[in-house]
Each structure stands twice: as C-alpha cells, then as structure tokens.
Write a protein that binds this ligand. Structure first.
Ligand code: MN
Length: 305
C-alpha cells in the first residue's frame, strides 16, 4: 500500500496561511502515582470532530504489587476508545464483558443511554514491575444516537489497517483515511490514526475531514517549517491537505472528523447535548439506578458539585 497524495498538499504554505490554527499544551496532573495529560476539553477548544476528551496516561512504572484501579463508574452519551502503548488493562462492564486490552488492540465501548465499567491492572501483571502508557479518548455520540443501547467491542491488533510508505507507518485505529477504513464501529465521520515516522519521513494529512488535530506523542514534528515537541496538541486549519515532516523519529496521533451537531455538556463521566439529561444521570448514579458490573462490589461515588 502507498499514500494517496493529499489533496492540495502544501497549499497552506503556498497561500501563506499557517496550517496550525491552535496549539494546546495539555494540563498535567498526578492521579495517584501516575501522570495524566489532558488535551481535550481545553478552554481554547472543546472538541475536534467527535473527540471531546483526550487523555494521555503515563508513561508510568508501578512497583511490584501496585497497579491501576479505576473502580466502577457510569457513562452516558459517548463512546470510549482505549489505545495502549505499554501495559495491560482489564475492562469489566455492566453488560457482562470482561476483556483485557494490550498494546495494538482496541477496546471500544459505547455508553449510549448508560453503562458502568471498571478498568484495573490485572492481578497477574502485578507480580513484577508494571509499565503503563496509553491514550483514553471519548467521542461524543450524534444527538440521535445519544440514547442508543450500550455496547462493547474488542478489536485484535491484526484487524486494524496499517499503511506504510516512505519511512512512515500509520495504524488506522478508527475511522477512514488514505483510502482505508478501520473496523471499529464509530458513530460519525472519524479519523484516528497512530503514526510512526522515521527521520526524514513525510506524512500527507488528508483534508477530507472537517476538523483535525495532531498530537505529538514522542519526538518532534515539523509542519510548514515550524517544529512542535512531544506533548503538543495541534488543531489544524480546516480544509487543507498538509504534510508533516520528521526532523527526527517521532510518533503522532491524528484525530478528527465531522463537526459535532451542536455543543455538548460534559460533567464528570457524562456527555449530553442536554443539561437536564446530565442531571438525570447524576440522580440515577446517586440512587444506584445504573446496572451493576458483575463481580465488582466497589464503585466511585458521584463527585460533589
Ligand atoms: Mn470510564
């Protein structure tokens, strides 16, 4: 396979318009032994396509015996996609799914009208030192799908398209790009790709998606002569096919899709176009009205306002 030429490649440079509209430097927080960097939502920008939450967890090293324990908690109105670079997480949900996820695989959970899940380091991974590094993202559901039935799917690494050409390898985690489509059952026009670039590599970023951003995970990426370091979240100007160059080896995530059908409210783990619906979800969790996760007894209480 090879890259399809990006439409109007380099036209942004030719017109003298900077292709990067906005640079977000994610806030970094320590949550009980490991670092989380949150790029979305940011005060400058709430969403990019369906992406409403973009969190880098780690890299972190846990000593033997320790690990990550995210106790059961509810979601509505969104899908979550887990993508790991190191480590392993055991997912359990209120539909009864028990699914470990390892690097290269996808856990895709659609909350719709409501789901509860836990995410924990599996017991057998705690016997030695344990490394954790990955991305947790949420995509808002289109309004007409916000109350759809919840679902969970796991995708093996081999099921995801990989496009390789000229020192660049892209795994299409979700959505459509470069003439390929990921099997992940997204609910609106999406692009989500994990891109590894060798020094001197050149990546054409397609212009066909309405909103796009690049997240520099490792190394340095160059766009129209400007260099962006790891940890930079770059919102791209709509419409133009652009090229990213690698002055040295780097790893990037490309994300985006169709502009959402109106603004979303986000409160704790709940996403909705309707404030009232979020209040309902808060009341439901407080009153124990969500379905429980089999074999779990703990839960995360509703945060105080
Ligand atoms: Mn969750």
């Amino acid at each position: 396979m090879s890259w399809r030429p990006a439409k109007d490649a380099d036209c942004a440079q030719a017109k003298g318009c900077p292709p990067v509209d906005l640079v977000i430097v994610p806030r970094s927080r320590d949550i009980g032994g490991f670092e989380v960097r949150r790029a979305l939502p940011a005060k400058e920008r709430r969403m990019v396509g369906p992406f409403i939450f973009f969190d880098q967890m780690g890299p972190a090293v846990f000593p033997p015996g320790a690990g990550m324990d995210v106790r059961p908690h509810p979601h509505i109105g969104l899908s979550t996609l887990t993508w790991l670079f190191e480590g392993e997480i055991l997912h359990r949900d209120s539909l009864g799914f028990v699914q470990p996820i390892r690097p290269g695989e996808v856990n895709w959970m659609t909350a719709g009208s409501g789901i509860v899940h836990s995410e924990r380091t599996p017991p057998e991974a705690r016997t030695g030192e344990f490394r954790a590094f990955g991305l947790q993202i949420w995509m808002a559901l289109p309004r007409e799908k916000e109350e759809m039935a919840p679902g969970f799917q796991h995708y093996a690494a081999e099921s995801l398209p990989v496009i390789e050409d000229g020192g660049v390898a892209a795994t299409l985690v979700g959505g459509t790009a470069w003439g390929e489509t990921s099997p992940v059952a997204v609910h609106s026009d999406t692009i989500y790709a994990d891109i590894r670039m060798a020094q001197g590599g050149r990546l054409p970023v397609p212009g066909e998606h309405e909103e796009r951003a690049l997240y520099v995970l490792e190394g340095v990426a160059e766009i129209a002569g400007d260099r962006f370091e790891a940890g930079s979240f770059l919102v791209l100007r709509p419409g133009d096919g652009i090229a990213v160059e690698a002055p040295s080896a780097c790893r990037l995530m490309l994300l985006g899709g169709a502009t959402a059908d109106g603004p979303r409210h986000i409160w704790w783990n709940f996403v909705s176009h309707s404030k009232e619906r979020i209040e309902q979800a808060k009341a439901d969790w407080r009153a124990g009205r969500f379905d429980p996760v089999p074999d779990e007894t703990e839960f995360i209480p509703l945060p105080e306002d």
